[in-house]
Design a protein. Sequence first.
Length: 256
Amino acid sequence: MANKNNRKSWKNNTLLRCGVVGITALGATPSWAFKIDTGNPDVNLNWDTTARYSAGWRMEPVNKEFANHYGYDETETRFEKHDLVTNRWDVLTELDYIYKYAYGFRVSAALWSENAYGDRSHTGDEINQTFGPAAPISNYGSSAEYSSYTERYITGSSGEILDAFVFGSTHLGDTTLSAKLGQHTNFWGESIFTASDGIAYGQAPLDAIKGVSNPGSSAKELFLPTNQLSATFEMTPELSMQGYYSFDWEPVRPAS
């Protein structure tokens, strides 16, 4: 009975710790949607913006083994128990212009900033005690400042254009031909065998950094659109053909 109660208590405590972080990170997400009146009944112009704030706290003490390891000390010792480890805001804004429900363009952009880490790193106290004066200042060099890549894609403040393409469709007898040209995403569903195999993996890179650091991210925030021409030919209501030609290629943005 004691073991059973202990397991139950551990489970409840674990759920409580996860729940606090989850409620904070996945709180109300404000969105603003505007349908802009152009005075032309054939034109639909929509501007949507979503803002998200994420916060998270460390719920366990510093791991001494990691803290005394040169490769992990700077991340392990940066935050103590109950310190704020995620203090991030994200904004996604989207503009869609549609003419006669057949032609138009789409532009979207993402903005973000992570304020929990500051602009530099430092060697942990355990490493300083172990190595003394020989202890390195930081894995990031003598200045301990983060790399430009880290500032660009992790800490921010930063942003990037996501979608930027024109589109159109036309009827050819009883068939329909539609196309997109510019920076957009093609993802043919479950066409993967593993995470790094298959057609879908090569079609669209993913922002894994945002995936692990921004709870509640939607798919359109995680895909990294590339410049390409894509087309869909609907021959019958049950049969269609799709194809695309990519003008460039971008790698997956890894989380580590």
